[in-house]
Each structure stands twice: as C-alpha cells, then as structure tokens.
Design a protein around this ligand. Structure first.
Ligand code: ATP
Ligand code: MG
Length: 358
C-alpha cells in the first residue's frame, strides 16, 4: 500500500472555496505521479458558519483538527464579519494551540509575473521571510483605562520570551544553513522600542554566535522596508518579530508582483502538532465565485505542505510545474496577471505540466 497523508481542508470564505479545490487537483496529480495519496477531510468552517452558529468553528474544533498530518486553509474573512472575529475565532487559535510558532514565506519572483520593480528578472528576488507567529506584539494583554473625560489611555503589552525569541532565531539560522545560503538578516527597531528590541538584538547576537559560519546583518524596520524595494537582491533569510515579520511578509510578495501567487506556512517545526499551509491572499470577495481567481498562491502553499510532509520530490515537481506553466507565453493567465484566462484554464496548464516534469 502506498503512503497516505491525512490532510484537513478548510476552504473558508470567498475565493478560498475556488482556489483550494483547484490546488487539490494539482497536488493529487503530483501525488499520483510520485506514488502516495492525500486523504482529505473537509471542514466547512467559515464566516457563513459564524452567521449561522455565532462561532467560526465548533468548540472542539482544535481537537477535530489535531489528528491530521497538515491543515490546508483557503482564506477566512468576509464583508459583514469583523476581521477580529475571523482571525481570533479560527486562525489565531489554530496557530497558537498547535504552537505554529514559525510563519514562513518565500519571496521569489516567478517567470511570467509582472514585477513592479524595474529591470528585475526571476533569480534577482529570491529570499525567505521568517516571522515569529505566536507571541511578541500581538498579545491580548493591556487595556483601556478611563481616567476621566478626555484622559483615557490605552496600554498594549508586547511579550518577548527568551524561549520564544531564541527558537524563532534558531529556526532562521537552521533554514539558512539548510538552504546553503549562510546569511541571516534581523529586523529590529532598538533605537525606538525601549525594552523588547534591545532584547531581540541581544538574543540575535547570542544565537548568531552559535552559527559562526553564517553571515549576519540587522536593520531597523524602517530602512529594512526601504531596502526590500531598493535592493531585494541582498537578502537570503530575513527574521522578524510577529509585527515586523507580518509587515515584511506582505511587503515581500508585494515587490514580487502580486500577493495572489504567494504562499505562507504556519509551522510547528517539531511536528508535535499539525502545521497549516495557506495562500497569502485573503477571501477577495470582489472576485469570489467568478472563476477568475489566481490559484498559484494556493498551489505553492500546497507544495510547501508536501515538502513539510517529507514528499520532497512531489514538492519540487509542483514548483517546476508552476514555473514552467507561467514561463510559457501560451499558458492562459488570470486577470491579475494581465490575462483574460480563467482559474480552471491556468490550473489545467499546471496539472498538465506536472505530467511533463515527471
Ligand atoms: P481578506 O479580508 O480576507 O484579507 P481582502 O479583500 O482584504 O480579504 P485580499 O483578498 O487578500 O484582501 O485581496 C485584495 C484584492 O486582491 C482582492 O480584492 C482581489 O482583487 C485581489 N486578489 C487577491 N487574491 C487574488 C487571487 N488569488 N487572484 C486574483 N486576485 C486576487
Ligand atoms: Mg485582507
């Protein structure tokens, strides 16, 4: 019997429901070619569930997901449901309960994708953003204090533990080593943020000392953001706190053309709990159900999932299929790529390329 991986599927809202089934077709093709099976277990949790039940997922949602090798998510969020409901009702509990403390995003210019930066070609922009995904600035600690009319004040606490800081920094250094690109850049702001960022810098230096073969640099977040645009060639692995990593991991896909083609992985590297894979884009209500969403971000997220499951050959096959399809001028392109093609036509071209690559 061939290997089987158990995958929890949460298509979610909007174009999540379009791109996830499309990506499944590509992943299934690659799995068949490489001799394993993906067993999908769908969970219909979304903003619609919230409208019907008052919850994004059932109370035992985390328990239901726990028994899977990975989670494949489309997007959650829809007009009429505030972002904090869809985020805190589903995404953030999954990330935190499954200790998915790494958010990993490749930033790579693909062939055939128009780049907003002049004179850049595939190969010029190719690096990874590693974001701390469970602590830092995104804490619920703090509150609004009322000290009389016009005198209220708000306190928002950021939590940086030594354990949490060290493990994300170590992940970044290990990734750089694994990729054979021994260079890590840290995002900081120790000239403005008094406590947490000097601590971050101190831990970065301490962890870096244990990787003597790896070159390091660090930039304040403001100039780092500028350098993403002015000289993206200089980066290999960039590591940042939850807030800085969040900003950089959207800016990265932004400079490579379109968020529609970018993937994101929420990893529990120790594999104690399932990791979650999703496209960077959201539910895009303006184009939902119209059959014109770009499926590449979801497919690439699926390739990262295959890699995490140990299916390295299939992961590489899917990436080559994406690149060859996009590099071919005859491939139908969705409107976000400047074409007039449908999602199914672009998807079919990628499925077909899987066969040709093998
Ligand atoms: P959410 O609140 O779920 O994040 P959003 O509307 O804020 O959704 P996105 O859905 O990420 O943000 O995308 C913004 C816009 O980019 C969309 O409205 C859509 O026009 C375009 N877009 C996003 N993803 C895709 C895609 N896969 N294919 C084509 N266009 C896309
Ligand atoms: Mg959004």
């Amino acid at each position: 019997m061939s290997r089987t991986h158990k995958i929890a599927i949460i298509p979610g809202d909007g174009i999540g429901r379009d791109v996830i089934p499309a990506a499944q077709q590509v992943l299934d093709r690659a799995a068949a070619l490489c001799g394993f099976t993906l067993a999908y277990h769908p969970f219909d949790w979304s903003c619609e569930t919230y409208h019907a039940t008052g919850r994004m997922m059932p109370d035992d949602g985390i328990t239901q997901l726990a028994d899977h090798d990975a989670i494949f998510l489309g997007a959650v969020g829809y007009p009429g449901v505030p972002d904090h409901i869809s985020l805190w009702g589903l995404l953030i509990p999954i990330r935190r309960e499954f200790d998915q403390y790494v958010n990993l995003r490749p930033v790579r210019l693909l062939p055939g994708v128009p780049c907003p930066l002049a004179n850049k070609k595939p190969g010029d922009i190719d690096f990874w953003v590693v974001r701390e995904n469970v602590e830092g600035e995104y804490s619920q600690i703090g509150g609004r204090m009322f000290a009389g009319t016009n005198r209220e004040f708000v306190e928002q606490t950021a939590i940086f533990t030594r354990f949490g800081t060290d493990r994300i920094l170590r992940f970044a250094f290990d990734l750089a080593t694994k990729l054979g690109r021994n260079h890590v850049t840290s995002a900081t702001k120790s000239n403005g943020i008094f406590h947490s960022m000097p601590f971050w810098d101190e831990r970065f230096a301490a962890i870096a000392a244990t990787y003597p073969e790896t070159r390091i640099d660090q930039y304040h977040i403001d100039i780092l953001a500028a350098r993403f645009v002015m000289s993206p060639e200089r980066f290999d692995v960039v590591v940042g706190s939850n807030l800085f990593g969040d900003i950089l991991s959207d800016l990265g896909p932004g400079v490579t053309g379109t968020i529609a083609v970018a993937p994101s992985a929420n990893l529990n590297p120790e594999r104690k709990f399932p990791s979650m894979f999703e496209p960077v884009h959201g539910s895009a209500p303006d184009i939902a159900g119209k059959g014109i969403a770009n499926p590449v971000g979801a497919i690439w997220a699926g390739a990262m999932m295959l890699e995490h499951l140990g299916e390295t050959e299939a992961a590489a096959l899917v990436m080559h299929a994406i690149e060859s399809a996009l590099a071919d001028p005859a491939t139908p392109r969705t409107p976000d790529l400047g074409g007039v093609g449908t999602m199914s036509a672009l998807n079919a071209a990628i499925v077909e390329q899987c066969g040709k690559q093998k």
